[in-house]
Design a protein around this ligand. Structure first.
Ligand code: 9MR
Length: 367
């Protein structure tokens, strides 16, 4: 199913062009021209980027802010299979193409998200996976999509969220339509197909579950390390571990020691580390804005300080840049009567404490 924003975006997209019109000079004057996150990160040889959508990029003022702050984008929705292949074998590339073109015109890198996931799939997929063509259903999509953008992508999230230790399997794999149809070999098939279609893009295994504190996360970290190690031993061409980095401002704080240890073990497997979807959920706290913003900033900083210590870390992406485009508030936030503030910029594109914390963390890296 299309998300609200994706549906709006496909309506708004029309001829699939995202070139913004000229900005009124008063609007430009209003924008912060001090160095953005990407410039600060670049001084430490890190990429900073964010998820973006065709819907958001209809806003000229936001485009100016985004191109100032970020050096890398990732489509929030447009390269998921539900968006790319709504009918079997009939691709809808226009929104994805528009984002790739936008990135190139603006001097930004772009990464792809995501080739194999148990969510955001077209409705026809599950039935097609019960036919003898099931393996091809997996690999031909990867071949077609990765080949189309060959040489143009910084990296691809090849497989997303395939682990779920609580599902009880020795290999830690999540029970999904892919596992059911193809067995555990689907992971290897996917990475090899992606590698064959683009020899240079960094291939990423992307997941959550290793960021947090508590026994569940200990188990997730151990499972992830075991999974990555076995995949490397089999010669699966995984180049990086993508840590999503969805945090919670008012939940248990992350355990920096455990996170540090986990990331150095990822590094010792010869993998790069990319933070792919960082944001900080501020649901559940008190409603005072300044307190919430500071709690978000503190949680982010606590996380990024550890992540940036590791020199296998090549970049940090937030899952969006401005609170303006966040999905509608969840039930809890509605009860509290406030909208979520999970990202570096507020809903008027002004820098928040989270922005300042990130800027400081980038500036301190390596010191
Ligand atoms: O933020 C995305 C939301 O707008 C989409 O409706 C949803 C389904 O496509 O995916 C969300 O992004 C998810 C990402 O693709 C994978 N990790 C979790 C993200 C947040 O839920």
């Amino acid at each position: 199913m299309l998300s609200r924003r994706a549906a709006l975006a496909s309506l708004a997209l029309g001829a699939a062009t995202l070139s913004p019109g000229a900005l009124a000079s008063a609007e430009i004057d209003d924008l912060d021209t001090r160095p953005g996150l990407a410039a600060l990160a670049a001084q430490r040889r890190i990429l900073y980027g964010c998820a973006a959508s065709t819907f958001e990029l209809q806003n000229d003022r936001f485009v100016a802010v985004l191109t100032h702050e970020a050096k890398l984008i990732v489509p929030e929705y447009e390269m998921k299979r539900a968006a790319l292949e709504p009918q079997p074998g009939r691709y809808a590339f226009a929104p994805g193409d528009a984002l790739v073109r936008f990135a190139h015109e603006r001097g930004l890198a772009i990464r792809g998200h995501t080739l194999v996931w148990h969510k955001a799939n077209p409705p026809w997929l599950e039935q097609a996976l019960s036919t003898p063509r099931k393996e091809q259903i997996l690999t031909s999509f990867i071949t077609d999509v990765v080949s189309r953008y060959r040489g143009q992508m910084h990296s691809w999230d090849v497989v997303n969220e395939a682990l779920s230790p609580s599902d009880g399997r020795g290999d830690h794999l999540r029970q999904t339509l892919w596992l059911k149809a193809l067995g555990s070999g689907y992971i290897d098939l996917a990475f090899h197909a992606a590698r064959a279609a683009d020899p240079h893009a960094l291939l990423v295994y992307n997941d959550w579950g290793c960021e947090g504190a508590g026994p569940q996360h200990d188990r997730f970290r151990a499972a992830t390390l075991d999974f990555l190690e076995r995949a490397k031993t089999r010669g699966v061409p995984i180049g990086a571990y993508g840590m999503q980095g969805h945090l919670s401002a008012f939940g248990p704080p992350i355990d920096q020691r455990k996170l540090r240890e986990f990331l150095s073990r990822v590094q010792s497997l010869g993998l790069r580390i990319l933070i792919t979807e960082h944001d900080v959920d501020d649901a559940g706290g008190i409603s005072d804005l300044a307190v919430r913003d500071q709690a978000v900033a503190d949680a982010s900083r606590r996380f990024l300080d550890v992540v940036l210590e590791n020199n296998a870390t090549i970049g940090v992406l937030t899952w969006g840049l401005s609170d303006r485009f966040l999905d509608p508030p969840g039930f809890q936030a509605k009860l509290m009567g406030y909208s979520p503030r999970m990202l570096p910029l507020d809903d008027n594109f002004r820098r928040k404490p989270m922005w300042r914390g990130m800027a400081e963390a980038f500036s301190l890296r390596g010191h």
